[in-house]
Design a protein around this ligand. Sequence first.
Ligand SMILES: NC(=O)c1ccc[n+]([C@@H]2O[C@H](COP(=O)([O-])OP(=O)(O)OC[C@H]3O[C@@H](n4cnc5c(N)ncnc54)[C@H](OP(=O)(O)O)[C@@H]3O)[C@@H](O)[C@H]2O)c1
Length: 132
Amino acid sequence: MTALSPHVDLTGKISLVTGATGGMGQVITTRLARLGSTVMIVVRNPDSGEQLRRRVAAEVGADRVEVLTADLASQDDLHGLADRFTARHTALHLLINNVGAHYRERLLNADGVEMHIRSSTQASSTTSHTRS
Ligand SMILES: NC(=O)c1ccc[n+]([C@@H]2O[C@H](COP(=O)([O-])OP(=O)(O)OC[C@H]3O[C@@H](n4cnc5c(N)ncnc54)[C@H](OP(=O)(O)O)[C@@H]3O)[C@@H](O)[C@H]2O)c1
């Protein structure tokens, strides 16, 4: 049985999915919601997040997606994210560090960190270890 087998019941479980508006993120979000989980999606664009929430609710037949807005390349946003998550939920059962970005040119964020490392590696490390 795989972790996302149809026989798994995630009712009452809280999941958080980064990169939820991307190709993989949409599939993961839909699947987790179908299995009964409440799914917190982390998105840069709130309109895209709201669209995804509505589409998953229509597909699954239940409104189980909640939208959190954050740019995961921003240290401030990452720490604010932890605060906003804990304001809504007291437990996180599944963390899907799916965010990823690839840049043709070398880019630095506001803290001088190269963006590929920032978005794909440090962001996932911070979401895994940050407590508000
Ligand atoms: N697809 C593949 O074949 C494949 C293969 C191996 C590994 N992967 C890995 O799987 C993951 C998902 O892949 P994918 O193909 O679904 O990627 P994708 O379609 O390009 O989606 C990337 C997601 O990351 C989000 N994102 C990027 N930078 C962000 C930032 N600074 N803050 C917040 N969100 C940010 C994007 O948000 P926006 O919508 O705002 O841009 C989008 O939701 C990635 O980590 C990728 O490296 C994918």
